[in-house]
Design a binder for this molecule. Structure first.
Ligand SMILES: *Cc1c(COP(=O)(O)O)cnc(C)c1O
Length: 475
């Protein structure tokens, strides 16, 4: 086929004859003969359509978003600016180390910061999310025992754990053993003792746990586990509960993952990229995924030769844009990271104290970053469930809390205001919750059929999950 890019020899320059310009590039038999059915709509109308759709979406910039365990806090926009700087955003992942010194330096310094924050000795930035970090950590633990020549097949997980914990350990081939919570909402030490034996590889815990309660016996637990020859895995998804106050190392843990997209300023919730770095104690450093980023005093480089590495868990160097945002956030905050935890805990306790006058608080103790209410009594009395309250909140321009989790609280409503909310916003939320509470007696019918003001009303959630219909139809 002749192309217009061939040089015209007669003139010596690049000009084209009529014949060349009208040449058919595409073979006739490949051409469509009927319309492809694209709508004939102007750009402005298209823009309005998408703007209207985006207005129907709920986000942290639009209202209160107390989705427990998800840490839906405000993410400073300067992070977006920095992650989109040309040198970061357009750097090809296959560029040589020599040509990527800036990016490698950032990753190295982020690793160092996360080591300080967690107390761990080595960090991998590869995992793409929290659950992926858990899987990576469990693979490290598995390989550690393989190399040691010990056959340990079981992993202990508290009954209050985040659902991803048992899932990650099971995916890694471990058998899951559940340890009970006691009346204080903490790991039952006697139950734990009964589960120990030479086949236990590890315990996976988070502290504070998913009830937002700090495990007072954590040192006793880590001592018990280590005496048993087992390791301790720390789920650090919601690190704003403890940042700057304590760390997993001080509590005796060996492996930890962090959710940079929760604690360290990356917008999340829409299925976008996350990052779940994993930190380990020095005995496990050689087991991390490779490469890790290293520095020889002169230049930064990717280090591949880790003796027992579990191999790669992610292409290239992880979700680089998320790493940029996290590092920027850490630099911006400095020692105030501690203040972020302080405010997250203060806010949660403020809301807890206000709301416990209306809703049942099964574990009435000082909480950390979140707390869990129960609508069980209310449901018995009025028929209004946690689900109904969640739906009614949507009518008040508020995102519902996490509901029906953790499983050990019936009709659970798990509330996490995060550090970025003001007292005024939280008071507004309390007012809406109190209004809903008052309506449980006077107007329960309205609550049971909520939401009423949202673009989409009550949906069949099982059907929606199994057969999603993504075409929006105006009512
Ligand atoms: C969010 C969360 C996870 C999972 O993190 P993803 O990034 O969603 O995979 C694990 N544990 C806890 C406690 C969490 O809050």
């Amino acid at each position: 086929m002749k192309t217009i890019f061939e040089k015209n020899n007669n003139t010596g320059g690049i000009s084209f004859t009529d014949e060349e310009i009208h040449v058919d590039f595409i073979d006739k038999k490949l051409l469509r003969t009927n319309s492809c059915g694209l709508p004939d709509i102007g750009e402005l109308e298209v823009m309005r359509h998408y703007k209207e759709l985006s207005d129907r979406n709920f986000c942290i910039e639009k209202g209160f978003y107390p989705l427990g365990s998800c840490t839906m806090k405000y993410n400073p926009k300067v992070g977006e600016f920095l992650a989109s700087l040309e040198g970061f955003a357009n750097l090809h992942p296959l560029q040589s180390d020599e040509d990527s010194q800036g990016a490698l330096e950032l990753m190295y310094k982020l690793q160092e910061s996360l080591k300080k924050i967690t107390g761990m000795d080595a960090v991998s930035l590869q995992p793409a999310a929290g659950a992926h970090g858990e899987l990576t950590g469990m693979m490290v633990i598995k390989k550690f025992f393989e190399v040691k020549g010990e056959k340990r097949t079981k992993v202990i997980v508290p009954d209050s754990a985040h659902g991803t914990n048992p899932a990650s350990a099971a995916l890694c081939g471990f058998e899951i053993v559940s340890v009970k919570s006691n009346e204080k909402g903490q790991v039952d030490i006697e139950d734990l003792k009964g589960l120990l034996g030479p086949d236990v590889a590890a315990i996976m815990m988070t502290n504070p746990n998913t009830l937002g309660i700090f495990e007072e016996k954590v040192l006793e637990i880590s001592e018990l586990m280590h005496k048993n020859g087992s390791l301790l895995y720390y789920d650090g998804a919601n690190f704003n509960a403890i940042m700057g106050y304590t760390n997993p190392k001080l509590m005796g843990f060996d492996v930890v993952h962090l959710n940079l997209h929760k604690t360290f300023a990356t917008p999340h919730g829409g299925g976008g990229p996350g990052a779940g770095p994993v930190g380990v104690v020095k005995e496990l450093a050689e087991f991390l995924p490779s490469p890790v980023i290293d520095f020889d005093g002169q230049k930064y480089f990717k280090k591949f030769n880790l003796k027992h590495s579990i191999g790669k868990v992610r292409d290239f160097s992880g979700s680089f844009g998320v790493l940029v945002r996290a590092y920027a956030y850490i630099l911006m905050m400095g020692k105030s990271l501690k203040e972020a935890s302080e405010n997250a805990v203060l806010n949660a306790n403020y809301l807890k104290e206000k709301l416990k006058n209306y809703f049942t608080l099964p574990y009435d103790v000082l909480c950390k970053h979140e707390f869990v209410l129960s609508a069980e009594d209310l449901k018995h009395k009025t028929g209004v469930s946690a689900l109904n309250i969640a739906k009614a909140l949507m009518d008040g321009n508020t995102h519902p809390p996490t509901i029906y989790f953790p499983l050990i609280v019936h009709e659970a409503m798990m509330i996490e205001p995060t550090e970025s909310e003001t007292k005024e916003r939280m008071d507004e939320f309390v007012d809406i919750m109190v209004k809903i509470y008052n309506e449980t007696e006077s107007n329960s019918e309205k609550l049971i059929s909520a939401p009423h003001n949202t673009p989409v009303k009550r949906v069949d959630e099982t059907l929606a999950a199994r057969h999603p219909d993504l075409c929006f139809k105006a009512e």
